[in-house]
Ligand binder design. Structure first.
Ligand SMILES: [Zn+2]
Ligand SMILES: [Zn+2]
Length: 168
Protein backbone atom coordinates (compact mmCIF):
# COMPACT_ATOMS: atom_id res chain seq x y z
CA UNK A 1 0.00 0.00 0.00
CA UNK A 2 1.43 3.34 -1.03
CA UNK A 3 -1.48 5.56 -0.20
CA UNK A 4 -0.18 7.22 2.96
CA UNK A 5 1.22 10.57 1.97
CA UNK A 6 1.74 14.06 3.19
CA UNK A 7 -0.15 16.33 0.78
CA UNK A 8 0.89 19.64 2.22
CA UNK A 9 1.67 21.42 -1.01
CA UNK A 10 -1.69 23.08 -1.56
CA UNK A 11 -3.40 23.54 -4.91
CA UNK A 12 -2.92 25.38 -8.17
CA UNK A 13 -5.88 27.36 -9.55
CA UNK A 14 -7.28 25.80 -12.73
CA UNK A 15 -9.85 27.01 -15.24
CA UNK A 16 -11.82 23.80 -15.70
CA UNK A 17 -12.94 20.98 -13.45
CA UNK A 18 -11.12 17.68 -14.09
CA UNK A 19 -14.38 16.32 -15.54
CA UNK A 20 -14.66 19.20 -18.03
CA UNK A 21 -11.06 18.87 -19.04
CA UNK A 22 -11.39 15.13 -19.53
CA UNK A 23 -14.56 15.53 -21.62
CA UNK A 24 -12.76 18.07 -23.79
CA UNK A 25 -9.76 15.77 -24.22
CA UNK A 26 -11.98 12.85 -25.25
CA UNK A 27 -13.79 15.07 -27.72
CA UNK A 28 -10.53 15.91 -29.50
CA UNK A 29 -10.04 12.15 -29.87
CA UNK A 30 -13.52 11.65 -31.21
CA UNK A 31 -14.55 9.76 -28.05
CA UNK A 32 -17.47 10.37 -25.74
CA UNK A 33 -17.43 10.44 -21.96
CA UNK A 34 -19.36 7.30 -21.04
CA UNK A 35 -21.03 6.88 -17.66
CA UNK A 36 -18.27 4.44 -16.63
CA UNK A 37 -15.53 6.92 -17.48
CA UNK A 38 -17.42 9.68 -15.69
CA UNK A 39 -17.69 7.63 -12.50
CA UNK A 40 -13.96 6.87 -12.57
CA UNK A 41 -12.93 10.52 -13.13
CA UNK A 42 -15.23 11.67 -10.33
CA UNK A 43 -13.91 9.05 -7.93
CA UNK A 44 -10.27 9.78 -8.72
CA UNK A 45 -10.78 13.55 -8.45
CA UNK A 46 -12.44 13.25 -5.05
CA UNK A 47 -9.56 11.28 -3.51
CA UNK A 48 -6.24 12.97 -3.36
CA UNK A 49 -3.69 10.21 -2.95
CA UNK A 50 -1.14 8.00 -4.65
CA UNK A 51 -2.82 4.85 -5.91
CA UNK A 52 -2.46 1.99 -8.36
CA UNK A 53 -5.10 0.57 -10.72
CA UNK A 54 -6.04 -2.30 -8.40
CA UNK A 55 -6.55 0.04 -5.43
CA UNK A 56 -8.73 2.25 -7.61
CA UNK A 57 -10.76 -0.73 -8.79
CA UNK A 58 -11.30 -1.92 -5.21
CA UNK A 59 -12.31 1.61 -4.13
CA UNK A 60 -14.70 2.00 -7.05
CA UNK A 61 -16.41 -1.30 -6.36
CA UNK A 62 -17.27 -0.08 -2.87
CA UNK A 63 -19.31 2.78 -4.36
CA UNK A 64 -22.84 2.41 -5.80
CA UNK A 65 -21.88 4.00 -9.18
CA UNK A 66 -18.70 1.98 -9.58
CA UNK A 67 -19.89 -1.40 -8.34
CA UNK A 68 -19.79 -2.85 -11.86
CA UNK A 69 -16.56 -1.14 -12.94
CA UNK A 70 -14.50 -3.48 -15.10
CA UNK A 71 -10.74 -3.86 -14.90
CA UNK A 72 -10.13 -3.08 -18.62
CA UNK A 73 -12.20 0.13 -18.35
CA UNK A 74 -10.24 1.23 -15.28
CA UNK A 75 -6.88 0.61 -16.98
CA UNK A 76 -7.98 2.30 -20.21
CA UNK A 77 -9.43 5.33 -18.40
CA UNK A 78 -6.27 5.74 -16.31
CA UNK A 79 -4.16 5.80 -19.47
CA UNK A 80 -6.52 8.40 -20.98
CA UNK A 81 -6.37 10.53 -17.83
CA UNK A 82 -2.56 10.51 -18.00
CA UNK A 83 -2.71 11.56 -21.66
CA UNK A 84 -5.23 14.29 -20.82
CA UNK A 85 -2.79 15.69 -18.24
CA UNK A 86 -5.07 14.96 -15.28
CA UNK A 87 -2.86 12.29 -13.74
CA UNK A 88 0.82 11.58 -13.51
CA UNK A 89 2.12 8.04 -13.56
CA UNK A 90 5.29 6.81 -11.91
CA UNK A 91 6.69 3.32 -11.63
CA UNK A 92 7.85 2.18 -8.17
CA UNK A 93 9.29 -1.31 -7.78
CA UNK A 94 7.63 -2.23 -11.08
CA UNK A 95 4.22 -1.00 -9.89
CA UNK A 96 2.46 1.84 -11.74
CA UNK A 97 1.34 4.49 -9.26
CA UNK A 98 -0.87 7.44 -10.20
CA UNK A 99 -1.51 10.82 -8.65
CA UNK A 100 -3.24 14.10 -9.46
CA UNK A 101 -1.38 16.39 -11.78
CA UNK A 102 -4.04 18.85 -12.93
CA UNK A 103 -4.50 21.50 -10.24
CA UNK A 104 -1.65 20.13 -8.15
CA UNK A 105 1.78 21.79 -7.90
CA UNK A 106 4.98 20.32 -9.37
CA UNK A 107 6.68 18.25 -6.71
CA UNK A 108 9.06 15.37 -6.12
CA UNK A 109 8.99 12.32 -3.89
CA UNK A 110 10.85 10.45 -1.22
CA UNK A 111 9.96 6.78 -1.46
CA UNK A 112 10.40 4.44 1.50
CA UNK A 113 11.40 1.01 0.16
CA UNK A 114 10.35 -0.64 3.43
CA UNK A 115 6.79 0.65 4.09
CA UNK A 116 6.26 2.05 0.53
CA UNK A 117 5.27 5.45 1.88
CA UNK A 118 5.60 8.41 -0.49
CA UNK A 119 6.56 11.76 0.99
CA UNK A 120 6.11 14.80 -1.22
CA UNK A 121 8.38 17.80 -1.33
CA UNK A 122 8.94 20.73 -3.60
CA UNK A 123 12.33 22.39 -3.92
CA UNK A 124 13.35 25.45 -5.90
CA UNK A 125 16.93 24.27 -5.58
CA UNK A 126 16.09 21.08 -7.51
CA UNK A 127 14.40 23.12 -10.24
CA UNK A 128 17.44 25.42 -10.42
CA UNK A 129 19.84 22.48 -10.85
CA UNK A 130 17.54 20.96 -13.49
CA UNK A 131 17.54 24.18 -15.50
CA UNK A 132 21.30 24.53 -15.17
CA UNK A 133 22.02 20.97 -16.34
CA UNK A 134 19.50 21.34 -19.18
CA UNK A 135 21.00 24.58 -20.45
CA UNK A 136 24.47 23.03 -20.43
CA UNK A 137 23.08 20.58 -23.01
CA UNK A 138 21.13 23.24 -24.94
CA UNK A 139 18.05 21.49 -23.70
CA UNK A 140 14.74 23.12 -22.86
CA UNK A 141 13.19 21.35 -19.85
CA UNK A 142 9.44 20.79 -19.73
CA UNK A 143 9.36 18.84 -16.53
CA UNK A 144 11.28 16.39 -14.43
CA UNK A 145 10.78 13.52 -12.04
CA UNK A 146 12.93 12.89 -9.02
CA UNK A 147 12.29 9.97 -6.69
CA UNK A 148 14.65 9.57 -3.76
CA UNK A 149 14.40 6.02 -2.44
CA UNK A 150 15.49 4.95 1.02
CA UNK A 151 14.12 4.45 4.52
CA UNK A 152 11.67 6.82 6.22
CA UNK A 153 12.16 7.99 9.81
CA UNK A 154 9.66 5.42 11.16
CA UNK A 155 11.28 2.47 9.45
CA UNK A 156 14.74 3.63 10.47
CA UNK A 157 13.80 3.85 14.13
CA UNK A 158 12.07 0.44 13.95
CA UNK A 159 15.22 -1.05 12.46
CA UNK A 160 17.55 0.43 15.03
CA UNK A 161 15.19 -0.78 17.79
CA UNK A 162 15.24 -4.34 16.44
CA UNK A 163 19.01 -4.21 16.02
CA UNK A 164 19.26 -3.07 19.61
CA UNK A 165 17.04 -5.96 20.77
CA UNK A 166 19.23 -8.41 18.84
CA UNK A 167 22.19 -7.37 20.89
CA UNK A 168 20.51 -7.82 24.32
ZN1 LIG B 1 9.03 3.53 5.86
ZN1 LIG C 1 2.98 13.12 -5.20
Amino acid sequence: MASAADFSLGKVAVAMTPQERFAEFLQTRGKRITRQREVIVEHVSAHHEHFDAEQLLAGLRRTPGGARASRPTVYRTLAEMVEAGLLKKMVLDGRAVYEHDYGYPQHDHLYCTSCHRLIEFSSEEVARIRDEVASRHQFRPQGHRLIISGLCANCRSNRSKSRHQDRV
